[in-house]
Design a protein around this ligand. Structure first.
Ligand SMILES: N[C@@H](CCC(=O)N[C@@H](CSCO)C(=O)NCC(=O)O)C(=O)O
Ligand SMILES: [Zn+2]
Ligand SMILES: [Zn+2]
Length: 190
């Protein structure tokens, strides 16, 4: 069975709801890029998309969000470069080790103001545990045999995570709300 992600393969460890945040480090042997987070993450999830950073051998990324004002680069910022400037999420990666330190949205978007981060880059314990799996079918686009998808979804289910082929319902509702408001739609409960 391929690895979903080390934080999920052997069972999920619950986070600490009062965890105050901590630091993320890139994987360079020296002169690491260090990012400080002044809060825990929210909406932490497994992401099967092709763009989010994942460790070698894992099929999924684990990625959560923090308010952008709670994030600061504390060391070796000069080693960061944007992976794909045409993407909605501008992922700032270490040019030496390739790890994505944070992803930021600069355009008008439902998630503007939130930065995307990977808590496995931290040595501290207590970060919010993964809440769901998103973009699950996207692993097929990267070469995963579709015949194996039942097994992948069952594995998430055994770990207690719901699976979606986009994001979770609350996040999809945020995106739809943003789209409706941009179009001037008035809400009414019919
Ligand atoms: N099938 C595509 C999906 C990519 C995608 O839309 N990814 C989402 C989720 S990333 C974290 O949850 C997204 O919002 N992407 C915006 C961006 O990456 O800039 C694929 O696999 O590439
Ligand atoms: Zn690095
Ligand atoms: Zn993703």
């Amino acid at each position: 069975m391929p690895s979903i992600h080390p934080l999920i393969d052997n069972g999920i460890t619950k986070g600490d709801p009062n965890f105050p945040g901590g630091t993320l480090h890139c994987r360079c042997p020296s002169d690491q890029v260090v990012v400080g987070l002044k809060s825990n993450v929210a909406h932490n999830h497994a992401c099967g998309c092709s763009k989010c950073w994942k460790p070698a051998g894992a099929l999924f990324s684990i990625v959560g969000v923090v308010p952008r004002d709670n994030l600061s680069v504390q060391a070796n910022e000069s080693k960061l470069a944007i992976v794909d400037s045409s993407a909605i999420i501008q992922r700032h990666a270490c040019i030496n080790c390739g790890v994505h330190m944070f992803g930021r949205i600069e355009k008008p978007h439902a998630f503007h103001g939130l930065d995307f981060v990977h808590v496995e880059l931290s040595d501290q314990k207590g970060w919010q545990e993964p809440q769901f799996a998103g973009f699950v079918s996207s692993i097929i686009e990267q070469g995963f045999d579709p015949k194996g998808m039942d097994e992948i979804r069952s594995k998430f289910k055994s770990a207690g995570l719901d699976t979606f082929d986009a994001l979770s319902p609350p996040l999809m509702d945020l995106i739809a709300t943003f789209t409706a408001q941009k179009a001037g739609v008035k809400f009414s409960n019919l």
